[in-house]
Design a protein around this ligand. Sequence first.
Ligand code: UDP
Ligand code: MG
Length: 138
Amino acid sequence: MSVEKTLALIKPDAVERGLQGEIIGRILKKGFRILAMKQLLLTRHQAEAFYREHEARPFFSPLCEYMTSGPIIAFALEKENGIADWRELMGATNPADAAEGTIRKDLAVDIEKNSVHGSDSPESAHREVPFFFNRLEY
Ligand code: UDP
Ligand code: MG
């Protein structure tokens, strides 16, 4: 295992419900270092670029609509085995399938409004962290 950087997002449904503190608390308690953090509102163009791997999927357009519906918070996180550990803390994409004690099980609304994002591989992390942060920020 090695120290890895990964991208985390708190999505609009969670920001809107005031769950920022709850989620940041779980991130810190799990042992992540927050290298960088910012709140922003994505444009449609930015949301489409970020989720371009899903552009052929039926949920792509509503997903981009939702991700631009309100502010999000982006984090560059760092931890030993950080990519997999953040995915584990998030839980499965569909909160109905997520394990007990995960963020999505405890806090998410549904399969779309699932409260958090995390890079799913080293390749994704290498693309996604610089999508939100420049090299001086992390
Ligand atoms: N999503 C959706 N419907 C689906 C699958 C995914 O609305 O059937 C949304 C959901 O917000 C999810 C995002 O699209 O988090 C990206 O999907 P992915 O399969 O990459 O899930 P994740 O990596 O976020 O668990
Ligand atoms: Mg994904």
